[in-house]
Design a protein around this ligand. Structure first.
Ligand SMILES: Nc1ncnc2c1ncn2[C@@H]1O[C@H](COP(=O)(O)OP(=O)(O)O)[C@@H](O)[C@H]1O
Ligand SMILES: [Mg+2]
Length: 273
């Protein structure tokens, strides 16, 4: 189980209202794509789910319990860039994900625990297509490989919720398509609930079970500070995608039409994404 319940959440920075009255229930094992114009508070929302930021008002529940006040092993995160540490090898980066979760104060594992963590990290690197790159440093890896590494680093703690902030936005289209296939497989094979911010509607409709748009209802310059963004569209993908059901007999389809029967391009809320 990994249900997220966001209830009447507001986020303000000083006088600026960034998000207002956001309520959203994300079912266990859903894959939600979050879209919206730049600056509307998508990353802020994701940081609240991570526990890096607190809502000004409202509550966030994970499986019915208030979200812990800081990031924890139940939530993993991948950013567009800089999720991995440049001075650690690929294996070191994945191990660090494990070590940080195992011990908050001394980020080291010893003996048998360390050996089994190394085995697990190697297996996960192979799983994301990085077998053979264990001893390479991030600077020696392509952008796509670095994001695969960032995924492995987030996944080693087996998070209940995986948070992705435009993780594939900087990748070339061919590489992005490959990593989409990987992402889908990981989502099907694990128990995770995924919330992914993207500015790419095609990506949203390729991966998600549900596409949620944030927008300010009023966006005149003099109104900007006083009105935050909120959910303006909430579209369930049709036909429904269900985690764990893709197989060679019923492969997941790319590019479904939405339940509204629109073409994808028509669904883009106004904005610069
Ligand atoms: N730590 C912060 N302090 C003050 N303002 C912030 C902070 N983080 C984000 N903001 C503001 O909140 C708004 C939303 O930012 P962000 O969540 O990054 O938007 P998005 O990810 O949708 O582009 C922006 O106006 C930004 O300047
Ligand atoms: Mg952002």
């Amino acid at each position: 189980m990994s249900e997220l319940k966001i209830e009447k959440v507001w986020k303000e920075y000083g006088d600026q209202i960034v998000l207002e009255d956001v309520s959203l229930t994300v079912a266990s094992r859903a894959f939600v794509a979050l879209v919206g114009p730049s600056g509307c508070g998508k990353s802020t929302f994701l940081r609240m789910l991570l526990g890096q930021e607190q809502p000004t008002r409202g509550t966030i529940l994970l499986d019915g319990a208030p979200l812990p006040l800081e990031p924890g092993a139940d939530r993993g995160v991948v950013f567009q860039r800089y999720s991995v540490f440049p001075h650690l090898t690929a294996l070191g980066n994945v191990l660090l994900g494990k070590e940080l979760a195992a011990s908050r104060y001394k980020a080291r594992l010893f003996g048998q625990a360390r050996r089994s963590a190394i085995d697990e990290a190697r297996a996960l690197l192979a799983e994301v297509g990085l077998a053979g790159a264990e001893s390479k440093y991030p600077a020696q890896l392509s952008g796509g490989m670095q994001q695969r590494l960032a995924l492995a680093q987030a996944l080693i703690i087996r998070p209940k919720v995986l948070l992705l902030d435009e993780p594939f936005g900087a990748l070339d289209p061919g590489i992005r398509a490959e990593i989409h296939t990987l992402m889908k497989r990981l989502w099907h094979e694990t128990q995770m609930t995924v919330v992914m911010v993207t500015h790419d509607m095609r990506e949203a409709f390729t991966l998600a079970t549900r596409v949620v748009a944030f927008e300010r209802r009023r966006d005149r310059p003099e109104e900007k500070e006083r009105y935050g963004a909120t959910i303006t569209k909430d579209i369930s993908i049709w036909p429904p995608r269900i985690a764990g059901t893709a197989s060679i007999f019923g492969p997941d389809r790319d590019g479904p039409v939405s339940s509204l029967g629109h073409r994808r391009d028509d669904l883009a809320p106004s904005g610069d994404f």
